[in-house]
Design a protein around this ligand. Structure first.
Ligand code: ATP
Ligand code: MG
Length: 784
């Protein structure tokens, strides 16, 4: 009874207290979102240290991200003080790295082994496949790597994989796996999946090492247990020493560690990385003496939000129904919005944030905007940049910083300007076309010798001393391709059409599309998004802050490729400005994918893009298990909201620059109608999306390229004969300290100026609007 008053149990309900104070048998806490699982896990660590006198060094806590680990550690430190510092709170990967640094010499690696990231692994696998002379069309590095990753997540080493290969295809994969591992070993390197597999194998093979860690970690706690895969599960088994058969008599020697896992089967969203929901469903079977505690009260959300989430997840089959309730009251109704298109959706979100901030005590930092795929952030970013709403994109690289976007833009830049050697060299062998570093060096030497540009040298590569015949042929093919693309630029073809041709002709798209790596799928989506940007620009060259007022007036806003690139450069530039120079985050809205939202909570959540084919994702539509995983993702998204939830969809959304009309997400139909207040429904649309102009012919990218369409576009855009020779605007000459006024940002003070004449860029502090970097040739600024 005295426990009731214990400070570490304050603010916990009965089952939560039971979980914190439980001792002995393995403990499973299963509960829906927001029921305090993470809070319980954190308190339990503090309880173990303070009340049960556990040495902090004997605690191993596993979280899903490094950020979550840092937060948990901080929280425990607040509760028990600095001595908490030596405990291990980390992800599976970091914990394994720490173990391996100490122990890996046992299996013949140097303790200073390197860790290969995805790019390194891919480079290595490419070499391996080449050595094995496997047909690169049938055996793509990423596909083989994915397969290898699956093997490792199942703890199958190359030998096992070879034994289990059932056909020639699998044999080839297995032999690639064998060679890949050999090369890794020669390099004293491990890839990500190796970190876990190697640790498990090591613990299995060396009883003394295993015992050592079992003696050390008397308490193992795992958050987000539903997302563990088989290898991670085995790691926990090895460390906890619960009496598993294969351990035999040894299990007796060291008492099993106390294990606590917390999770929610309804939030399992990483099956594509081998996560196995059965780990949580079978916990009681695997640990027959386990104690299970259910938490049923949700402390995060209003009843409305909770009912909505429960109603959606209720459509998944074969799950244990849960009763999740809250006493937070009904709260606000969910607000729904059907937008014309994705821009309208982003505008709605932006305006609604403004309204909330004006009319309530909410701050922009209380708001999160979720979407299904990374590429969807782009439109939000653009609208937020335009409206001056600071934002941060979590867990993803900003759109214009993504590799594939930079590569595509580098192609366009060098087409416009072959002297742009950086762009040219960036794409010279991207995708790989057999122009290696040696060949590149030969060309560079030739350019030096003849005092010509790198591009000039490429066109006369036959003169380059020491260039291999094969490289020469590849260079000639590259030059021919570039010249062909350049003729499109000279013919004033639309930027989107040129971009598509670039992606096709360069083989860039083919390589990504042939890959099985889900990341490459994302890259294809991002490129589709870039084509959409170019298309919008061509059709509706919005006179943004960079346009010359004289051109806007005359209706001759330029739409050439060069103009497009300049406009992109400006957006991309604004993009790289830190959101908050002074470190105050309260004004910053958070943008993130649903996957990165796991475990987090926000007072206000916008769940966007609720369309069949977007969310649920296109590739899940015909597949029941995948669709159920998408539904769990929806459950994760809905349950992040504390007070207000917005849901939205667009009637028309651009994909590959072509408008697509997606039906409403089926998840919308799964929400109770009376909970949603539709601000705007499909029936109320002012326009039913843009008419479909695609006509009959559609390229692989789904963008119109038929002749009629092209004439239409060129005719409409040909008004720009004058625009090409755009009247040069006078560039204001500015110096730090000068006061200026900008058409949309208002008054500002010049902080710095770089570059000269046409290229001069000023950093200007616009007070509450932040510091902007502006290209003076275009920026509508005037010196005061
Ligand atoms: P998820 O499934 O999304 O990871 P969770 O079960 O881990 O959620 P927590 O994040 O631990 O839930 O808790 C959700 C919110 O409820 C947090 O703000 C937490 O501080 C609060 N909370 C948890 N338990 C209580 C309680 N007994 N009293 C008051 N607030 C609580
Ligand atoms: Mg949690």
């Amino acid at each position: 009874r005295a426990l009731i008053d214990h400070p570490l149990l304050e603010g916990l309900n009965d089952p939560q207290r039971a979980a914190v104070t439980h001792s002995g048998a393995p403990l499973l806490v299963v509960a829906g979102a927001g029921s305090g699982k993470t809070r319980v896990l954190t308190r339990r660590i503090a309880w173990l240290i303070n009340e049960r006198k556990a040495h902090p060094g004997s605690i191993l806590a596993i979280t899903f991200t490094n950020k979550a680990a840092a937060e948990m550690k901080e929280r425990v430190e607040e509760l028990v003080g600095k001595r908490a510092r030596i405990m291990w709170v980390s992800t599976f990967h970091s914990a394994c790295v720490r173990i391996l640094r100490k122990e890996i010499d046992r299996v013949g690696f140097k303790s200073s082994f390197s860790i290969y990231d995805a790019a390194d692994s891919k480079r290595l696998m490419t070499l391996v496949l080449r050595d094995l002379e496997l047909d690169p069309k049938r055996y793509q590095p990423n596909a083989v790597l994915n397969w290898v990753s699956d093997q490792k997540n199942e703890l199958r080493d190359a030998e096992d994989a070879a034994k289990e290969a059932r056909n020639g295809f699998e044999e080839a994969y297995a032999s690639a796996y064998t060679h890949y591992q050999r090369r890794l070993r020669e390099a004293h390197a491990l890839d990500f999946d190796d970190l876990i597999m190697t640790t498990v194998h090591l613990l299995q093979a060396f009883p003394d090492v295993r015992e050592n860690y079992r003696r050390r970690f008397r308490h193992v706690l795992v958050d987000e247990y539903q997302d563990t895969n088989h290898a991670q599960y085995s790691l926990i088994q090895q460390l906890c020493g619960e009496s598993f058969e294969e351990l035999g008599a040894e299990a007796e020697r060291v008492e099993p560690s106390e294990l606590m896992v917390v999770g929610d089967a309804d939030q399992s969203i990483y099956a594509f990385r081998g996560a196995d929901i059965r780990n949580i469903l079978d916990f009681e079977k695997d640990f027959p003496n386990a104690t299970t505690i259910l938490l049923e009260q949700n402390y995060r959300s209003t009843q409305t939000i909770l009912t909505a989430a429960n109603s959606v997840i209720g459509n998944n089959r074969g799950r244990k129904p849960k009763r999740l309730w809250t006493d937070a009251g009904a709260g606000e109704r969910i607000v729904g919005y059907v937008s014309d298109d994705e821009h309208d959706e982003a505008r709605f979100v932006s305006e609604e944030i403004d309204r909330l901030v004006d009319e309530s005590s909410l701050r922009p930092a209380d708001v999160a905007v979720f979407y299904r795929t990374n590429a969807q952030s782009r439109v939000f970013e653009e609208v937020f940049i335009r409206t001056g709403q600071p934002y941060k994109v979590v867990g993803g690289v900003r759109f214009y910083e993504r590799k594939e976007v930079r590569d595509a833009l580098a192609y366009l830049r060098m087409l416009v300007n072959t002297a742009d050697e950086i762009s040219l060299r960036r794409v010279l062998n991207t995708p790989k076309r057999g122009i290696g570093e040696r060949a590149e060096a030969c060309i560079a030497a030739l350019a030096e010798r003849d005092r010509v540009t790198f591009w000039e040298a490429l066109t006369r590569a036959a003169d380059a001393p020491g260039l291999a015949t094969r490289s020469l042929k590849n260079i000639e093919a590259f030059v021919a391709m570039v010249q062909e693309l350049q003729s499109m630029v000279e013919a004033d073809e639309r930027p989107d059409v040129i971009l598509e041709s670039v992606l096709e002709r360069s083989g860039y798209l083919t390589e990504l599309e042939a890959s099985d790596d889900p990341q490459d799928g994302t890259r294809v989506e991002n490129l589709a998004e870039l084509v959409a940007v170019a298309r919008e620009f061509a059709e509706d060259p919005q006179p943004g802050p960079s346009a010359d007022p004289a051109d806007v007036e005359a209706g001759t806003v330029a739409v050439g490729l060069g103009d497009f690139l300049e406009r992109v450069a400006l957006v991309a530039d604004a993009d790289s400005i830190p959101d908050t120079p002074d470190g105050d985050d309260s004004g910053v809205v958070t943008l993130m994918t649903l996957h990165t939202a796991k475990g987090l909570e926000f007072p206000v959540v916008f769940l966007t893009g609720l369309e069949d084919g977007v969310f649920p994702h296109q590739r899940s539509l015909g597949d029941q298990p995948e669709l159920e995983e998408e539904r769990r993702l929806a459950y994760v998204g809905l349950t992040r909201a504390q007070k207000r939830l917005y849901i939205s969809r667009a009637l028309v959304r651009s994909a590959w620059g072509a408008p697509s009309h997606n039906p409403a997400s089926r998840f919308l139909d799964e929400l109770p109608v009376d909970l949603v207040d539709w601000r705007r429904t499909a029936a109320e649309q002012t326009r039913w999306g843009r008419p479909d102009l695609t006509g009959g012919g559609s390229s692989r990218l789904g963008t119109p390229t038929d002749a009629g369409r092209r004439n239409f576009s060129t005719a409409a855009m040909r008004a720009d004969a004058a625009a090409k020779a755009k009247p040069a605007r006078e560039i204001p000459s500015l110096a730090p300290g000068d006061r200026v006024v900008h058409d949309s940002f208002g008054m500002g003070t010049v902080v710095a100026v770089d570059g000269v004449a046409e290229k001069s860029v000023a950093s200007i502090d616009f007070g509450s609007e932040g510091v902007k970097r502006l290209l003076l040739r275009y920026a509508p600024v005037e010196k005061l």
